[in-house]
Design a protein around this ligand. Structure first.
Ligand code: GSH
Length: 205
């Protein structure tokens, strides 16, 4: 059984939980980060000197960096699910997973602004700049999904995990998202996955 450290409302922890459930890896999760603290304690810093979440332990192996953890779970336990043997095909999926961090750049201020900042303390100009940047990036996704159900093709891959956490958040913000029917359909497909419904498609906190 692997051990996952991190509060479940963190997008980076959510990717790991989602991947673990897609693969069917058994895990136990311990709350850490945010109001739970723990991450600045010596025992945690010895595992992850960044004092950030997520961190996993799999026997003697300790890993941090959410995308690396998802890659590891897919490679080690994901045969027949998220694991891809062909290096080229795997890279095409991982490309989109890592590009999720690009989407995270405008998502971060939108999330903090609309979810964790009271209305009277928000910065409308900064929120609008992030919305415009996000639309530019979601347009890339919209085009990519024109002829395929998932971001790297016909199959669900780690690429969808890297983007999917932000797809849900994007659809919760009280903003003009433009018209993106492919993205809307993608969101519905993701929501139909039990692990997405369990870990990602939840009220934002
Ligand atoms: N690149 C890292 C980023 C990790 C990160 O920034 N985690 C945030 C939560 S999403 C964190 O630990 N914040 C401090 C906290 O929750 O105490 C990863 O992908 O794992």
């Amino acid at each position: 059984m692997i051990k996952i450290w991190g509060r479940p409302n963190s997008s980076n922890v959510q990717k790991v939980l989602w991947a673990a459930d897609e693969i069917g890896v058994k895990y136990e999760r311990t709350d850490a980060g945010g109001a739970f603290g723990i991450v600045k304690e010596p025992r945690y810093l010895a595992m992850n000197p960044n004092g950030l979440i997520p961190t996993i332990e799999d026997g003697d192996l300790v890993l941090w960096e959410s995308n690396v953890i998802v890659r590891y779970l897919a490679a080690k336990y994901g045969k027949g699910t998220l694991g891809i043997d062909d290096p080229g095909k795997r890279a095409l999926a991982e490309k989109w997973m890592d590009w999720g961090f690009t989407l995270g750049v405008p998502n971060g201020p939108l999330f903090w602004g609309y979810v964790r900042t009271p209305p009277d303390k928000r910065d409308p100009a900064a929120l609008e700049a992030s919305r415009v940047k996000a639309i530019e990036l979601w347009t890339i996704v919209e085009k990519q999904l024109a002829n395929q159900p998932y971001i790297a093709g016909k199959d669900f891959t780690v690429g969808d995990i890297g983007l999917g956490v932000f797809v849900h958040r994007w659809h919760q913000f009280p903003i003009d998202r433009g018209t993106m029917p492919n993205l809307a359909g993608y969101y519905e497909r993701l929501k139909a996955r039990p692990a997405y419904a369990k870990h990602i498609a939840l009220p934002l906190t």
